[in-house]
Design a protein around this ligand. Structure first.
Ligand SMILES: [Zn+2]
Length: 190
């Protein structure tokens, strides 16, 4: 043997012990990198690259889950959501815009509460039938919180609406929709 490394390696082939050890190393490398015999070093590198891809996929999935979670827990407020409009048939009963004070009339009572306004809307001048709507200025929601429309009170039990959907009180023919439109989206009849 001389000082030339290549020659040393070549010479190793003549040494059964060295060759065996060398084969063991190669086999271990192949086993741990899950590859075939050729280009062990390159495949080891590509194996690392695969791990990085895995990591990227995991991070992407985690980010997606986080985005979906945020989207569901904190619904994105549409810029178009300016308030709500209350209609009876084709007639507009009340337009409420966030941050403004609703206008009281003979058939509409306005009460300011801590988070917005409670609006009592009478169905007729006899002031028997009514719905009470809570406009929540902080949550940007509208909700029927009281009604004597029917036994079922579907409008009362309907979930509050924000920038989409509608609450419809069939006995009083009263409809609450977001001010930006989408009147026929997810109408809750009752
Ligand atoms: Zn109702």
């Amino acid at each position: 043997m001389d000082e030339n490394g290549n020659q040393k390696i070549a010479n190793n082939a003549d040494n059964p012990q060295v060759e065996k050890a060398s084969n063991n190393v190669r086999q271990n490398l192949e086993k741990h990198t899950d590859i075939s015999s050729n280009g062990a070093y390159i495949r080891l590198r590509s194996s690392k690259a695969f791990c990085m891809r895995d990591l990227f996929v995991y991070i992407s999935l985690a980010a997606l889950v986080l985005i979906l979670f945020i989207a569901f827990v904190f619904p994105v407020k549409d810029d178009d959501g300016k308030g709500f409009i209350v209609t009876r048939g084709n007639a507009t009963i009340l337009i409420y815009t966030f941050g403004s004070t609703p206008k009281a009339t003979d058939l509409i009572e306005v009460e300011e509460v801590s988070n917005g306004y409670k609006i009592k809307i009478y169905h007729t001048s006899e002031k028997i039938g009514y719905n009470v709507i809570l406009f929540n200025d902080q949550l940007k929601t509208a909700d029927v919180i009281e009604s004597n429309c029917s036994e079922r009170k579907d409008c009362y039990y309907a979930p509050s609406i924000s920038n989409s959907g509608a609450i419809y009180c069939q006995p009083h023919d009263l409809k609450i929709t977001p001010l930006h439109g989408g009147d026929d989206d997810g109408v809750i009849a009752g």
